[in-house]
Design a protein. Structure first.
Length: 276
């Protein structure tokens, strides 16, 4: 175990927010400690949810993926950057027509969420991590952007972790679009936008200081600590390597090799708390 405590934790968090890609699983394989930490949360009556910026899959696909890897159906609690974007559109652009660059599954989620998706004459543009991206989608999106339409992005991730190496994510798409049009998103949803944490805190009736985000990216998962006040744990099972911490302004409360490492710490911390 190579755990580093970056800051003092004076109490066990009451709720955990778990990243998925690179933290809970990598590709189609669970990472060490994944199922065990969920069992520990349940045993100790600690609330948790999965929170992902990956908008290439819809909710039903994630449910199938997680249950297929052994996660109990009742433990599949997912909030995504796609959900955050739907909520933002309904609050800030009610009834507006939306052009979405996204996978078919994400399009279904938007439609199920009451968003009016169109291909012609939109009012708002939304970019997501589209693993079914075509050149025509890019052409249409850029042409609409040049009209000055509002431009939202579901999240900022540059790469998506995979067993074969990092894959270009929405951040790479955003750079391409900026090169062509000079436009950057007006709003970026998903981590590290603090709105997600505020929604969960309200749902759980907790202060954000009682919650902990666990993830593998400094500029999204750990940055969420700075934007929202939630505690953070960096796991080194995905994108970030230990050496990246030296040059980053985003510093976690804990650094763990993986979820198994974090579970050992939480178990020991909980035991110490009970002794006091």
């Amino acid at each position: 175990m190579q755990l580093t405590v970056k800051k003092h934790l004076n109490q066990l968090p009451s709720a955990f927010i778990l990243d998925m890609d690179g933290s809970f699983f990598l590709g189609d394989a669970l990472l060490p400690g994944a199922l065990e930490i969920l069992d520990w949360f349940n045993k100790n009556e600690i609330r948790f949810t999965f929170l992902t910026n990956n908008t290439s899959r819809g909710k039903l696909e994630y449910v199938a993926k997680l249950t297929g890897m052994g996660v109990k159906q009742e433990d599949v609690r997912i909030y995504s950057a796609g959900d955050a974007t739907i909520a933002y559109l309904k609050s800030n652009f009610p009834g507006k027509k939306v052009f979405l660059v996204g996978t078919e599954s994400l399009q279904r989620n938007f439609l199920d969420g009451g968003i009016d998706l169109v291909e012609d004459d939109p009012d708002v543009l939304v970019l997501s991590y589209d693993t079914e991206l075509t050149y025509q989608k890019l052409v249409d999106f850029c042409l609409y952007l040049r009209r000055g339409l509002p431009y939202l992005a579901t999240h900022p991730d540059l790469n998506c972790p995979s067993p074969i190496g990092p894959l270009p994510d929405i951040g790479a798409f955003m750079a391409l679009i900026e090169t062509s049009t000079g436009r950057i998103p007006d709003v970026i949803l998903g981590k590290p936008n603090p709105g997600i944490v505020k929604e969960l805190a309200h749902k759980w009736k907790l202060d954000v200081s009682e919650m902990m985000m666990v993830g593998d990216r400094l500029y999204t998962d750990i940055a969420l600590g700075q934007t929202s006040g939630v505690k953070t744990t960096l796991v080194l099972s995905g994108e970030t390597k230990r050496g990246d911490l030296v040059k980053s302004s985003y510093q976690p409360d804990l650094v763990c090799e993986n979820l198994a490492d974090l579970l050992r710490f939480l178990t020991e911390f909980s035991t110490e708390e009970k002794r006091i």
